[in-house]
Design a protein. Structure first.
Length: 379
């Protein structure tokens, strides 16, 4: 996105400050049931990167605001790094109205990349602090709200470029990249007394889902160059490689996992057969084996994750746009097949995360349009 600001300002974060939004929600795509809802108030160039829900009226969103980026010219070689700074966004509400939440320990110079609600009074948030030079991923940030406000927790020292957080009744898991090339620990477990390191077998975990401390799935990539899909399951004592054999030895990646039961697990990502194009891929674990579920128009680069329930027994994930002129769209799995579902017509928007509201048929989608936060919903 094009940034015209010449400097960034500190975030204005006031706990409990309700934000009044101008104008009603507008219809997005009536034939598929999606509508645009009022987005939260933010400052400057902003986006929503993550959303979670514990139930109706208990929704949390996160992202960034006051984003400023600059590419310094001239630069050496063909790669010109972009220096990025932003301030965090963390808000809660109903899905249509929002209030600021504080980010203790990171009032500015960072972003929220993951939120996860175990219940209405047990919510986790994770992010990354900006590096002072504005290059790459900074140190990890983790906060917890046990019903009496947010508190920062010490993040794992050796985890950088944090990718995901997932809470359960006894704690939380975080995943990302290790701090050094020699360190293989990419997953950590918090159980109230510090972080316990885990090595699932890959240093590139991008999505983790935990039903309990002895039922955890993680996906990403592995190999010397990080270009081969990887999946693993933790049973409370050890990690087991669960990568779909169809992806072994191919140029591939897994981007999201959804485990609904021991015999009902889904993973999505991308794959490429020898000399073939990169295609979207999805696989279902029935407790015994992985079965590929074909994705229509699979020449799109990949399914952009995450995977969420649709409230009727099916699934939703984000359809990665193939060009800047693509409509905003999701892929929905129902009745044994994937179909493309338009959320809003027109270019200039991008979705980054989805959440199903428990106890309802409502699915929320968040992202950005032209540097401003964006919220869609389907009931």
């Amino acid at each position: 996105m094009k940034i015209t600001r010449t400097k960034y300002a500190p975030a204005v974060l006031t706990t409990g400050l309700a934000i009044a939004l101008a104008g009603p929600a507008t219809a997005a795509q009536a034939d598929t049931g999606w509508t645009e809802r009022p987005a939260p108030f933010t400052l400057g160039t902003s986006a929503l990167s993550t959303v979670t829900a514990a139930g109706p009226g208990a929704v949390w969103i996160g992202g960034y605001q006051w984003r400023y980026s600059r590419t310094h010219f001239p630069c050496l070689g063909t790669y010109c790094p972009t220096h990025v700074h932003q301030n965090p966004v963390l808000q809660s509400g109903t899905g249509s109205s929002w209030s600021w939440n504080s980010t203790p320990g990171m009032p500015g110079a960072g972003q929220i990349i993951g939120v996860d609600a175990v219940s209405a009074t047990d919510v986790w948030a994770a992010g990354r602090r900006d590096r002072s030079d504005g290059l790459g991923c900074g140190t990890a940030y983790v906060a917890h709200n046990g019903g009496d406000g947010w508190s920062e927790l010490p993040a794992p020292d050796d985890l950088v470029c944090l990718k995901d957080i997932d809470g359960d009744a006894a704690g939380a898991w975080v995943a990302g990249a290790p701090g050094t090339a020699q360190e293989r620990v990419s997953v950590y477990r918090w159980s109230g007394e510090g972080w316990a390191p885990h090595d699932p077998g890959s240093t590139r975990i991008v999505d983790i889902e935990a039903h309990a401390s002895d039922d955890v799935w993680a996906v990403g990539t592995d190999s010397e160059y990080g270009n081969e899909a990887f999946a693993a399951h933790y049973d409370g004592s050890e990690w087991r490689d669960m990568t779909p054999p169809q992806l072994k030895g191919t140029s591939s990646a897994l981007t999201s996992v959804l485990a609904r039961a021991a015999d009902d697990v889904w993973v999505i990502g991308r794959g490429r057969d020898k000399d073939g194009p990169t295609e979207a891929r999805s696989y279902h674990w029935d407790g015994t084996a992985w079965q590929e579920v074909p994705v229509p128009d699979a020449d799109r680069p990949h399914l952009d994750g995450p995977l969420v329930e649709d409230g009727t027994g099916g699934l939703y994930t984000i359809d990665a746009p193939r060009s800047t002129t693509d409509d905003v769209a999701l892929m929905r799995y129902s009745g044994g097949t994937w179909t493309r579902e338009t959320v809003a017509a027109g270019a200039g928007a991008r979705l980054y995360d989805l959440a199903h509201v428990p106890g309802t048929r409502t699915v929320l989608a968040v992202g950005a349009r032209d540097g401003k936060p964006l919220v869609f919903a389907k009931d």
